[in-house]
Design a protein around this ligand. Structure first.
Ligand code: GRF
Length: 206
């Protein structure tokens, strides 16, 4: 059976990439196939995870491309050359332009570590999200997988999973719990859902 060719864009530790790799190995991600990992940072541990899993891994640095426009041109070329049909942003710390995003309507998904519309949008990334949740005093937070459009964290929601905030939580403890109880589960699930959806669309067009 045909599978949707997936690229995962990363910048850091890559635990969400690992969750996708594990889901594929377990047969939970079967409508799509991980084909390429791209990092904008050469030191991202996610690259090591990709290589260990036998996936093609590339680094494209903004500084080597003369800025965002050149970076996105290089990105587009790498994706097109491999016939990538779905892009998963998994801890990718670069805001893609509306022009780039416009080329992939409903073909880019992102994982965000809060229940959107709380603690999201410009400036809410990494630990800052969990710091803000603790500062506000919410008792439940979680993670969201959404389509990417031109509004940061503003695209249609695909899946959400709630996680309890516990007494004594630090941003680091909360971040870890949100990953374990939400992110690592819903990202592979959403990648499968969206891949199956794209496959169905392709069948309809045939
Ligand atoms: C995750 O918390 C994700 O939600 C956010 O960045 C973090 C990436 O972690 N967008 P990792 O690189 O997948 O370990």
């Amino acid at each position: 059976m045909n599978r949707i060719r997936i690229a995962v864009l990363v910048s850091g530790g890559g635990t969400n990439l690992q969750a996708l790799i594990d889901a594929q190995a377990a047969g939970l991600l079967h409508s799509g196939e991980l084909r390429l990992v791209i990092s904008n940072r050469p030191d991202a541990y996610a690259l090591t995870r990709a290589e260990r899993a036998g996936l093609e891994a590339l680094t494209i640095r903004l500084a080597d491309c003369g800025g965002q426009e050149g970076f996105e041109t290089a990105l587009t070329e790498a994706l097109r050359a491999r016939g990538i049909e779905l892009i998963v942003l998994a801890g990718f710390m670069n805001i893609l332009s509306a022009r780039f995003i416009g080329q992939y309507p409903k073909r880019i998904i992102n994982i965000h570590p809060s229940l959107i519309p709380s603690f999201c949008g410009k400036g809410f990334y990494g630990l800052k999200v969990h710091e803000a949740a603790l500062r506000y005093g919410v008792k439940v937070t979680g993670a969201t997988v959404h389509y990417v459009n031109e509004i940061p964290d503003g695209g249609q929601i695909i899946l959400q999973e709630p996680v309890r905030v516990l007494p004594g939580d630090t941003p680091e403890r909360l971040q870890r719990r949100v990953m374990e109880q939400a992110e690592w589960r819903i990202l592979p699930e959403a990648a499968e859902l969206v891949s199956a959806e794209i496959l169905k669309d392709k069948e309809r067009i045939k």
